[in-house]
Design a protein around this ligand. Structure first.
Ligand code: SAH
Ligand code: SF4
Ligand code: F3S
Length: 453
């Protein structure tokens, strides 16, 4: 009789196959990469970060600014070497740059096998099979999305926090922005789909959910059902989830109902990310943002009155065409007036095909850089001042794991999304809420000590 051992040694074990994903851009792209990974796993590929070992490498790209594109083209160039060593390696480019540049990518880099647009992500398995069968170039870029792409398996990178897309695309056409051209029109996922996915995540042990969309506040406008506040309340009712975040809000579409939903909930984080982009009404008008600084100021007042202590963050672009020294000073002053907890600041980048790209008075890079410097310096001072107020107070954090720089410390985030580090000492566990007394506040970081109950 044949023993099991003998039997297995006689069978030819298929060699494991590996894939790597390299992701640029926003959280939406991070989540798309998780869905790419899920599809590859479903056909037997294992994940590995080791490029030398990979049989498939997918670069999931961003084109929101030229700097991102340059970096990505550099990375694509580096992969040529690997293809020379392993001619069977499949190199695929997906995401926003693939949607925009399409077959041009094959011309720029002849070692690319697959170009797949943002609306084709769910087709990965079929497309990989096509590359494997033909050993030729495969291009799959639909101009428009299907009403709602089918669900595909997802392999999450984290174990505590998960991203959940609630809508795809954007209808806003801010004049500087390429996103609506590469992500298509707004499509909201049905509430039941979203709630089912989050319930499942809760069962798997996830504690924090970030609802994703380019403009989450217009959730549901493309069908007659629930709006964003209704969705927040539905997610709030899911037991096992401890924290709910969402991004990004468009100030124009933020409303009282959403503010009330946040106020009435224990789980929805008291953090508002409201990209202002510019503090000049003239520039805001030319950006097609659909609000004024006066409207925005009132919105912030309303939030701060309803939810004292709510944290506020923003995005800002410097050097939009026609931004004079005076108009830039308006932005700097507005930023100082609002006192954001943090601001993400960007140099304006000309995106071909967008209205702002052909506006007169494009500014030299040196002017943009000098303004960015001023803005960042002013913001750093404000962030530090706000964080200093937290010294000697106790904050609640969701424990994420060991600090990346110091094994003896744990890292977590407050509801306001501030990073906190403390000495590992007590019974606190990854994925649990803990209370930490802040001892030292820095611009980007709070350091403290665990408060034992
Ligand atoms: N939908 C989100 C995120 C869009 S992209 C929103 O509306 O806020 C993230 C940020 O990139 C934007 O908020 C904006 O500040 C910045 N951005 C977009 N296009 C840009 C461009 N052409 N140049 C510089 N920054 C840009
Ligand atoms: Fe771009 Fe404006 Fe849409 Fe945001 S809201 S993705 S900045 S067009
Ligand atoms: Fe970039 Fe596309 Fe996100 S352009 S910012 S990856 S939607």
């Amino acid at each position: 009789m044949m023993t099991e051992d003998k039997y297995s040694s006689q069978i030819q074990q298929p060699q494991a196959k590996f894939f790597t994903t390299i992701t640029y851009g926003c959280q939406m792209n991070e989540n798309d990469s998780e869905r790419l990974a899920g599809q590859l796993k479903s056909i037997g590929y294992e994940h590995s970060d080791n490029l030398e070992k990979a049989d498939i490498i997918l670069i999931n790209t961003c084109c929101v600014r030229e700097s991102a594109e340059k970096k990505i083209y550099g990375k694509i160039g580096e992969l040529k070497r690997l293809k020379a060593v392993n001619p069977n390696l499949i190199i695929g480019i997906t995401g926003c740059m693939a949607q925009k540049d399409r077959e041009k990518l094959f011309k720029k880099a002849s070692h690319i096998d697959l170009v797949m647009g943002t609306h084709n992500i769910h087709e990965l398995v079929k497309l990989v099979r096509e590359v494997e069968a033909s050993k030729g170039k495969v291009l799959a870029v639909w101009d428009q999305a299907e009403r709602m792409a089918p669900n595909v398996p997802t392999v999450r990178r984290g174990r505590i926090s998960a991203w959940v897309p609630i809508m795809y695309g954007c209808n806003n056409f801010c004049t500087y922005c390429i996103v609506p051209y590469v992500r298509g029109r707004e499509r909201s996922r049905p509430v039941e789909d979203i709630v089912d996915e989050i319930r499942q995540l809760g069962k798997e042990g996830f504690k924090e959910i970030t609802l994703l969309g380019q403009n989450v506040n217009s959730y549901g406008k493309d069908h007659d059902g629930s709006d964003f506040a209704d969705l927040l309340s539905a997610v709030d009712a899911i037991d096992s989830i401890e924290r709910i975040r969402y991004m990004t809000s468009h100030p124009r579409d933020m409303n009282d109902k959403v503010i009330a939903a946040v106020k009435d909930s224990r789980k929805i984080c008291r953090h508002f990310h409201l990209p202002i982009q510019s503090g000049s009404d003239e520039i805001l008008r030319r950006m097609n943002r659909g609000y004024t600084t006066g409207y925005y100021r009132e919105l912030v007042d309303k939030i701060r009155q309803a939810i004292p202590g709510a944290s506020l963050t923003t995005d800002l672009i410097v050097g939009f065409p026609g931004e004079t020294d005076e108009l830039f000073a308006e932005t700097l002053n507005f930023m100082k007036e609002i006192e954001y907890d943090a601001a993400y600041t960007f140099l304006y980048s000309q995106r071909s095909g967008t209205p702002a790209a052909t506006m007169p008075d494009q500014l030299p890079l040196a002017v943009k850089k000098a303004r960015l410097q001023q803005l960042m310096q002013a913001q750093n001072e404000i962030s530090l001042k706000i964080n200093k107020r937290l010294e000697q107070t106790v904050v609640e954090v969701l424990v994420e794991g060991p600090s990346k720089t110091d094994d003896h410390k744990l890292m977590g985030r407050t509801g306001a999304n501030k990073i906190v580090l403390w000495e590992k000492q007590g019974p606190e566990q990854v994925g649990q809420l803990a209370r930490v007394k802040v001892e030292t506040a820095q611009t980007w970081l709070l350091k403290g000590r665990l408060v034992l109950l």
